[in-house]
Design a protein around this ligand. Structure first.
Ligand code: ADP
Length: 516
């Protein structure tokens, strides 16, 4: 019979060995298939711990990992069977103390992020009957502890301990490989970032500086405070925060910064990144352009006024009676002089707006008389073109603090555009309402519409949408909308457009209301 006993023993041992081998290779398979940039130490341990119960009978499996001083310590716990909260606490303390002793430095509990799966009971404490720790090393440095504990009367065999050591050493190898991959990626990224002419500054999720490229250091002169408040950027993730930073030292220049907070899909912040560009040349050219426009327009105004006077005199017969052909010539000249003077006043307006020199003669005023007046002005054109013109005003409209002339200019411009781009038989309706402390004016037409990609560009200087043949008859200056937006923004409001090609456009603007 002893032979049978021996055979049984041998069989048990072989089965155990086989199970271990299968488990080891399946873990290795999982690890090698999951290794990626996102796989960190804790993912690796989680992977191991979630499968470990298949081979070692435990109640609680715990790991604590602290890859380096700058990283957060992470404790993973898997409760295969319910144990008391006191036991959970006891194991945690034991594991923390073990790693602290191994590293020779304290690990404060509040610095550890816990990930616990399984229920703890709130009744009397149990006694841990068996438990053992396996240290994890990476390049001979202790980085973690893996602990297996049980409250049952099990004696862990040499085989169990050996298996855990084998797994731990495999994990260590995987971690080392992972570190090598990360390091190689990091140095690739660093080389790329350093090779860029733009400056790059990046902070991690805890606002620790992780990238400050040489170009960025040169542009900011090492002064990160120039980037503004990091929290402001984080408040509106996915929104680009643009900022022009004028610098006097070591020589005058302007640095354009674009900051964005990057988030994971679940909304967790991954960090904040800033791209910096020296825009001194662009700013200088812009300034020169504005100065040029402003000077030229002033210079053109005087001779144009003289021409207008002379042509008006001719028309009034001051220089003798004109025949019909001569009159037609004069009318054509007058029309073109008017166009030129409109263009010049638009150019002057836009250069004043851009230089921030636009003056507002503000007063508390109601909006309805302004709109009624502009509608009256367009009455005949609308009748002639068979375009239905209407306006609705919400009840109880507040007064607004505005420069009535400038707002008249805005409404006239928007209505003139609507009229220009709405074919015969169409409709233009104005709606005035109050929303969120703002008065909102919308001018809706049933005209040709604006393609989606041009929606924001129509507010750029000189931008005109390519409407095909229609353009030729309706050629303007491309300055009306930027002037409107400039005037509205100076009032503290906002101007925008919504449109559907072929169906019509709605231009809207808001003005802050006076609290009465
Ligand atoms: P202008 O009308 O003098 O060309 P604007 O700045 O007022 O300049 O308008 C810019 C461009 O926006 C126009 O050329 C036109 O292509 C487009 N646009 C403006 N209003 C409308 C509208 N109501 N419907 C369709 N396109 C419009």
């Amino acid at each position: 019979m002893p032979e049978l006993e021996e055979l049984k023993e041998e069989n048990k041992r072989l089965t155990q060995e086989l199970k271990q081998k299968v488990f080891e290779s399946s873990i290795l398979y999982d690890i090698s298939h999951n290794i990626s940039y996102t796989l960190g130490y804790d993912d690796l341990l989680r992977l191991m711990m979630d499968s470990l119960h298949k081979i070692v009978d435990y109640d609680v499996c715990t790991s604590l990992i602290l890859p380096d001083e700058n990283k957060e310590a992470k404790m993973l716990m898997r409760l295969a069977h319910p144990v008391s909260q006191a036991t959970v606490d006891e194991i945690q303390t034991k594991v923390i103390d073990a790693l602290a002793a191994l590293r020779g430095s304290k690990i404060p509990r509040q610095d550890i992020a816990f990930d616990i799966k399984g229920e703890a009971r709130n009744d009397s404490p149990d006694r841990i009957k068996s438990s053992f720790d396996v240290p994890l090393f990476v390049r001979n440095r202790p980085v973690g502890i893996l602990n297996v504990s049980s409250i049952k009367d099990i004696e862990y065999s040499d085989g169990d301990t050996k298996l855990l050591y084998t797994l731990a050493s495999q994990a260590q190898l995987a971690i080392e490989r992972l570190q090598a991959v990360l390091l190689a990626e990091k140095s690739k990224m660093r080389a790329m970032v350093e090779g860029m002419s733009e400056g790059v500054v990046m902070f991690d999720e805890k606002d620790q500086l992780i990238i400050f490229s040489a170009a960025a250091k040169e542009m900011l002169g090492y002064d990160l405070l120039l980037l503004g408040n990091l929290q402001e950027v984080k408040k509106k993730p996915r929104n680009m925060h643009k900022l022009d930073i004028p610098l006097e030292k070591p020589y005058p220049r302007v640095i354009h910064s674009e900051g964005i907070c990057i988030e994971e899909e679940e909304g967790r912040s991954l960090g904040t990144i800033f791209l910096l560009r020296d825009v001194t040349k662009e700013c200088e050219i812009d300034q020169m352009k504005s100065d040029f426009v402003s000077i030229v327009s002033h210079e053109l105004r005087t001779p144009l006024a003289a021409m207008k006077g002379a042509v008006d005199n001719l028309m009034d017969g001051v220089c003798g009676e004109l025949n019909n052909t001569q009159k037609e010539c004069i009318i054509l000249t007058q029309r073109n002089i008017n166009r030129l003077s409109r263009l010049i006043s638009d150019l002057l307006d836009i250069s004043r707006i851009e230089a921030g020199k636009i003056q507002l003669n503000k007063q508390a005023a109601a909006i309805s008389p302004i709109i009624e007046e502009v509608l009256y002005f367009f009455k005949d054109v609308a009748l002639h073109k068979n375009v239905k013109l209407s306006a609705v005003f919400d009840e109880g409209l507040h007064r607004v603090d505005i420069d009535p002339d400038k707002i008249t200019q805005v409404v006239t411009n928007l209505l003139s555009n609507a009229m220009k781009f709405t074919p015969k038989g169409g409709e233009i309706s104005i709606k005035v309402s109050i929303a969120d402390g703002y008065l909102k004016v919308s001018i809706k037409d049933t005209g040709i519409g604006i393609p989606h990609q041009d929606l924001d560009r129509v507010f750029n200087k000189f931008y005109q949408v390519d409407h095909g043949d229609i353009n030729i008859q309706r050629k303007g200056t491309g300055l009306g909308l930027p002037i409107c937006r400039g005037i509205i923004e100076k009032h503290g409001g906002r101007a925008w457009v919504e449109s559907e090609l072929g169906r019509g456009s709605t231009f809207s603007f808001t003005l802050p209301v006076i609290k009465e």
